[in-house]
Design a protein. Structure first.
Length: 682
């Protein structure tokens, strides 16, 4: 099936974010694939068409040629006569297949390729004018249920006879019903369950063609046409059910009854642009591609989620121009970008999502996360540039009403976030800290050489400020008389006593300080003494510390060693884990999740070995900061990363893989022709 893009020359759909009900999206991950028969050519940067045949091979049409991918190896389709010479298929616009062959529609004609041997043959509509661009250009190819080969061209629809290698021409429309007397071009083909061929056109609307009786019905906007349709420009077609088609046009999405020809518009709450391509996943979700976004709607189109690729140099430069999309039988999503390669969102039983926090700027959703706090009613997330608040819902997977909080930038960047017993929120800043108390926001400036990366309150409402190599400062009482808090060590900084983490006990009477080289200390508010935790100096190069609900301190030094301090027993023990580069961990439902600094997320339970979340399962390219591992109280686990907040819920629906390779029978794809053509094939 083939679609026409009438406005603009290329679709841009990924660099947008969604505020669907659950405020999450799946990141699409870039894959690196190299052709083994010509490894010197990098084929995966400019892909115009993605297709999967009934054997299971993936096919990628690129500006360098056509490739076949078997799930492991990529090979070029080479010239039949010249070994190691790339075949010149021109601009590949569409692909379909029968039992043995791949059929390719391109700017230089129709090609038949043997799926196994990769030998091919070119068929031209006019052999005598093989170099005339318009005469042989094919916009779509369809292998129907009778194994007949149909092609769509600017001059009509053609039935190709493989035995005689000839084209039989059909023009199943009335030229007098065209838009503004423009020539009608056929671009997209679809066979319905009644074995009619539907033709989406440019300037001619929609045609239902019976290939047996050669009869047709032409639907358009022309006032003299008794068979009316809403638009003359059809972008793509998709079967909704056995009686209904979805028709994407330049003015929106419509459904039409294939028998009565009655149609109605589908209201899309998130789309103010024309829909260019449609596909459906296993869970009956509708994937819609518009000029600037990719959106997944529910079955009844009442709710939606937006999808975007993993942030990379192409997105950051606003150059991520999508060129093709495909949803295969296992629910794997494939998307190609102009100059950006092939991206994938694979079906997985362990899939991570990104939490969407900013509705105004898609890039802000992928900034480095500097702070996360979960309260009873809300989730607070900090990047260096902004602080966000998301309301919690009774539905465990739902966050709503995300807002960028109106805080002053006078104190500079935002860092870690804490909450006091009274409900006050404290946010570390470059030049002090911010207090959020109900509707009141107050900035407190603190003169310091380094940022205050964390501010927390103890049981006496003293504010403790974490300042890295400068140690800690206490806003509330004078500690200068204490040797440890002398001006020399506090303000000038003692590198050997650099503080890397700070926590407060549940009763707020102890403040725990973790030093990079000297281990764990706690300041007791009753005795006003700083006390060293025996045994905590057995490890060094500490990086992070978290506190559990039962007052256990988990201490990390970026190795596979984990320090555990029990407040109740006053014991410090060191355990060895199966994960190295460990900087944060959390338990839920008998599973332990481990966050690696600038690395991945891993999990384990008593019955399974270590499971690693890879890029294939939504892991970010730049990795985790491993500073925050949080259970929000509703079953969601939140992890800070260098590309946004990673969210995981063990109760999310499990999608089982059917095979290690990607096999599909019903496919849809979107491809882009050089200037103004977009198509979808089903």
């Amino acid at each position: 099936m083939r679609a026409l893009l009438t406005a603009g020359w290329l679709v841009i759909f990924f660099p947008f974010i969604s505020f669907a009900a659950n405020h999450t999206h799946y990141p699409l991950t870039k894959l690196t694939l190299a052709a083994k028969n010509i490894p010197t050519v990098s084929p995966m940067e400019n892909i115009s068409t993605i297709f999967q045949d009934d054997i299971g091979y993936m096919w990628f049409a690129t500006e360098d040629g056509l490739l076949r991918f078997d799930g492991k190896n990529v090979v070029y389709v080479l010239d039949n006569k010249q070994a190691e010479s790339l075949s010149n298929f021109g601009d590949i616009i569409d692909i379909d297949d029968d039992a043995k062959h791949l059929w390719v529609a391109s700017s230089t004609g129709l090609f038949r390729i043997n799926k196994e041997s990769l030998h091919y043959k070119q068929f031209l509509h006019r052999e005598s004018s093989k170099n005339v661009y318009v005469n042989n250009r094919v916009y779509d190819v369809l292998v129907d249920s009778q194994a007949r080969i149909w092609v769509a061209k600017n001059s009509g629809v053609y039935l190709f006879d493989e035995d005689t290698q000839t084209f039989e021409e059909f023009k199943p429309w009335f030229n007098q019903f065209s838009y503004n007397n423009l020539s009608i071009w056929a671009y997209t083909l679809l066979e319905d369950d009644n074995k009619n061929i539907w033709i989406g056109t440019s300037a001619g609307g929609l045609i239902r063609f019976n290939p047996i009786s050669k009869s047709f019905v032409h639907l358009s906007t022309h006032p003299d046409n008794p068979n009316r349709f809403a638009s003359d420009f059809v972008n793509s077609l998709h079967k909704k059910d056995s009686n209904t088609l979805l028709v994407a046009t330049d003015i929106g999405l419509y459904e039409i009854d294939i028998t009565s020809l009655q149609f109605k518009k589908i209201n899309l709450t998130s789309h103010d642009e024309q829909v260019l391509a449609i596909d459906r996943d296993r869970a009956n979700g509708w994937w819609l591609v518009s000029e600037s976004k990719l959106t997944r709607y529910s079955d009844d189109f009442s709710s939606f989620e937006r999808y975007s690729p993993t942030i990379n140099q192409y997105l950051e430069n606003e150059q991520a121009l999508p060129s093709a999309i495909l949803v295969d039988r296992e629910d794997n999503i494939w998307a190609a970008f102009k100059d950006g390669g092939i991206h994938q969102l694979p079906a997985s039983k362990n899939r991570l999502r990104n939490l969407l926090i900013d509705k105004d700027s898609y890039l802000e959703n992928y900034r480095t996360i500097t702070g996360i706090l979960s309260t009873d009613s809300a989730l607070f997330v900090a990047t260096k540039k902004y602080l966000y608040r998301l309301e919690k819902s009774t539905n465990s997977e739902v966050f709503s009403n995300a807002e960028r909080m109106p805080l002053s930038t006078d104190l500079g960047a935002f860092y870690d976030i804490t909450q006091s017993d009274t409900g006050d929120i404290y946010v570390g800043r470059d030049n002090g800290f911010t207090i959020i108390r109900s509707e009141e926001i107050r900035d407190v400036k603190v003169d310091a050489r380094l940022p205050t990366t964390k501010a927390l309150a103890d049981g006496e409402n003293n504010i403790w400020l974490l300042a890295g190599e400068q140690g800690v400062k206490i806003h509330g009482f004078d500690a200068a008389s204490h040797e440890f808090f002398s001006q020399e060590k506090l303000l000038l900084g003692d590198y050997r006593k650099s503080v890397v983490a700070m926590e407060v006990s549940s009763n707020k009477q102890r403040v725990y300080l973790l030093y990079k080289y000297n281990g764990l200390f706690y300041f007791d508010l009753n005795s006003r003494k700083l006390i060293s935790v025996n045994g905590s100096d057995r490890l060094s190069h500490y990086k992070n510390m978290t506190i559990t609900h039962d007052d256990q301190l988990l201490i990390y030094n970026g190795s596979n060693k984990l320090g555990v301090y029990s407040v109740r027993s006053n014991q410090f023990n060191v355990t060895t884990t199966a994960v190295d580069n460990l900087s944060c961990s959390i338990e839920i439902n008998q599973d332990t999740f481990y966050a690696q600094s600038k690395g991945s997320l891993k999990s384990s339970n008593h019955a399974e070995r270590i499971k690693t979340f890879t890029a294939q399962e939504g892991m970010t390219q730049k990795g985790l900061t491993a500073k925050h591992c949080i259970n929000d109280g509703n079953g969601n686990l939140l992890f800070s990363s260098y590309e946004g907040v990673i969210i995981y819920n063990p109760n999310w629906e499990i999608v089982e893989q059917q095979s290690p390779t990607l096999v599909v029978s019903d496919i849809s794809l979107t491809s882009i022709d050089n200037k103004d053509l977009v198509k979808e094939k089903v």
